[in-house]
Design a protein around this ligand. Structure first.
Ligand SMILES: O=P(O)(O)O[C@@H]1C[C@H](O)[C@@H](CO)O1
Ligand SMILES: O=c1cc[nH]c(=O)[nH]1
Length: 300
């Protein structure tokens, strides 16, 4: 049976109104959310990625694929918040989240509250991103199974009230399986693998081309090989641990699907042309599009 989202925060039940500040969306009466339900109640997929332009492209791609009749420029529903862009295409929200887990966690908390207030049924949260590959050719699409932090632990670590809180960081098994199945038969590879999510693009990902670096090229290669050989890590990005742990805690289905822009066993600088990057970024769109069509067909 389809279910609404139940968040794990008893304080929310005591709030008579809620302003989703970064989304610039007001919930004036949390006990009567009919307005929000009317606007967002049909949402079944929340697709998220770093940039507003990628999310606009995704919205246009899905609009065509899903046959949503509308020729106007998709409207950024959260423009007045000046932080994140959110587009709605039929049952899909496409939201930007910025770089890294700290900016992503802000919009994720607010989107989770939005789907709760809107009483969305069984929403699936998907991150559609880019990443560095580890021992796989650029252009490979990686669907994350287990997310590892920069200490190579399969968990998300966060400071709360002055304490270290550690939470599991795994993605929903059936979402992973379905996404991978939707990636069969393309002229590029889609694989299921583990992902390292770091707090820093440069030192955190073992690059030697940041402003600061006090380890050697050999130290870096040893670490990257350890990621590959001992942890089954095939890509590195900056969100997967926080994303999987927060959605997990809220009992919400989630998947992380990213295309590799570089093989980190071969270098640090992301030098691909904008044209190639744009073609690569489109690859997860194709898979997510099929996934959405498949889920919609099985539930309607
Ligand atoms: O979704 P995007 O492409 O923003 O994801 C990766 C991970 C970081 O956010 C960023 C680093 O360049 O790209
Ligand atoms: O190497 C890379 C490329 C994209 N995004 C990352 O986080 N790392």
């Amino acid at each position: 049976m389809a279910q609404s989202v139940e968040l794990k925060n008893p304080h929310l039940n005591k709030m008579s109104q809620d302003y989703l500040y970064h989304l610039a969306l007001n919930v004036p009466n949390t006990k009567d959310t009919r307005d929000i339900q009317k606007r967002f109640g049909d949402v079944k997929f929340i697709c998220m990625g770093g940039t507003a332009s990628r999310m606009l492209e995704l919205a246009l791609f899905l609009r065509e694929l899903l046959g949503v009749k509308d020729n106007s420029e998709p409207e950024d529903l959260c423009r007045s918040g000046n932080r994140y862009a959110v587009y709605k295409v039929g049952p899909v929200l496409c939201a930007s989240h910025g770089v890294g887990m700290s900016t992503f966690s802000v919009v994720l908390h607010e989107l989770l509250k939005l789907v709760r207030y809107a009483k969305c049924q069984d929403p699936v949260f998907l991150r559609i991103g880019t990443c560095g590959g580890v021992g796989v050719p650029p252009g490979t699409v990686v669907v994350t199974k287990e997310a590892y932090n920069g200490y190579l632990r399969n968990e998300h670590e966060i400071a709360i009230l002055g304490e270290k809180v550690v939470r599991p960081a795994n993605f929903t098994a059936d979402v992973v399986k379905d996404l991978v199945a939707c990636g069969l038969g393309d002229n590029f590879k889609t694989i299921e693998a583990n992902t390292m999510a770091t707090e820093c693009f440069y030192e955190g990902q073992g690059r030697t081309d940041g402003a600061v670096c006090n380890y050697s090229e050999e130290d870096k290669m040893q670490f990257l090989r350890k990621c590959h050989d001992e942890k089954g890590i095939r890509n590195i990005e900056m969100e997967a641990t926080m994303f999987s742990s927060l959605t997990n805690l809220c009992n919400v289905k989630a998947g992380d699907i990213c295309v590799t822009l570089i093989d980190r066993l071969k270098g640090d600088q992301v030098e691909i042309s904008m044209e190639t990057k744009s073609e690569y970024e489109h690859r997860p769109f194709i898979i997510v599009g099929r996934y959405i069509q498949k889920i919609l067909a099985s539930t309607t």
